[in-house]
Design a protein around this ligand. Structure first.
Ligand code: AVJ
Length: 311
């Protein structure tokens, strides 16, 4: 809650209003996100999943990881493709899911153990924005994975800082697997963030329920509309909550009041879309060497395996 108070003070009290996207993911938000992933419009999850199924064995046989460390693991659904590949190659390893959400970690661990009895799971709870700290040593290499194009939620500077953080935790020879969404036809992008079933809208609005609950606020969800537009200049989807009326909102915990006019907007998420070269540049700028760059025929998504060179 302290983080939230600070972020709300910094971002929400005056325009341009901005909230970090990490507050979407309470129980309801996480369920809504899972449902979004199944809509016909939201292609990234399916694309990444099929790349992981297709190239999982290539990745595992190249990295032969002693440990797979997944940042922001959530339900660990996508990671199963990598674990399947381990199984097919009779390769065993430790799996360390790393997430802010402890209940999700525990549930994922229980489910994974029943599906992969050979797997040793050592979950790590924490906020990766605060850095990874000291990782327990393991035998063999560690394969760091950061999937789902969550990297797209970061600004350029944040993305570089984040990958640098990870690089600091890597030993020479360790690998990094990054999933990143790519620039594509505007209509496809627009539809992915404006699904006809209204799940993305519900997901976006849900952050106001989080604020209501955590900060004794009185946002009325029906006074806001979901908006998601592709900003060509910055090559990113921008997701907003737009005030549809003149309204004042009380934030009890902060003893603050926000006044909004019709049309006033709160930026709730950026989701950057990268060019092929930009994905590689992100990694190269942190001193990582690209080993494999996987993409589907339509170039909708990138899955990149990189390594910290042994010097
Ligand atoms: C989980 C951050 C990758 O940016 O596409 C989905 C979140 N927001 N629909 C994304 C999201 C709206 C998603 N990431």
């Amino acid at each position: 809650v302290l983080d939230l108070i600070e972020d709300v003070r910094a971002g929400l009290l005056s325009p341009p209003r901005y909230l970090p996207p990490k507050y979407f993911y309470d129980d309801r938000g996480s369920s809504l996100f899972d449902l979004i992933c199944e809509t016909p419009e939201y292609y990234p999850t399916r694309m990444e999943d099929s790349l992981l199924s297709r190239y999982g064995q290539d990745i595992i046989s190249r990295a032969r990881p002693g440990r797979i460390l997944e940042l922001g693991s959530g339900t660990s659904r996508k990671t199963r493709r990598l674990l399947d590949a381990c199984e097919q190659l009779a390769h065993t390893c430790i799996y360390t899911p790393y997430d802010v959400c402890e209940p999700a970690l525990e549930q994922a661990a229980t489910e994974l153990l029943s599906a992969y009895p050979w797997l040793e799971i050592t979950p790590l709870a924490g906020d990766y924005h605060a850095g990874l700290g000291n990782l327990p040593a393991v035998e063999g290499t560690t394969l760091f994975v950061f999937l789902g194009s969550t990297i797209g939620n970061f600004s350029d500077a944040e993305a570089n800082a984040f990958i640098n953080e990870i690089r600091q935790c890597m030993q020479p020879g360790d690998f990094f697997l990054l999933g990143a969404d790519r620039v594509k036809n505007n209509a496809v992008l627009h539809a992915a963030y404006n699904d006809l079933g209204g799940l993305t809208a519900a997901f976006n609005l849900n952050v106001l329920s989080v604020l209501n609950r955590e900060l004794q606020a009185d946002f009325r969800l029906d006074n806001f509309a979901h908006e998601a537009v592709f900003n060509t200049q910055f090559s990113r989807i921008e997701m907003y909550l737009v005030s549809s009326v003149q309204q004042s909102i009380r934030l009890g915990t902060l003893a603050e009041t926000i006044v909004l006019e019709p049309g006033d907007r709160i930026l709730t998420e950026i989701s950057r879309k990268f060019l092929y070269e930009e994905v590689e540049k992100l990694l190269a700028d942190s001193g990582l060497t690209v080993i494999n760059h996987f993409e589907p025929d339509n170039g909708y998504f990138s899955l990149v395996l990189a390594q910290l060179g042994c010097s």
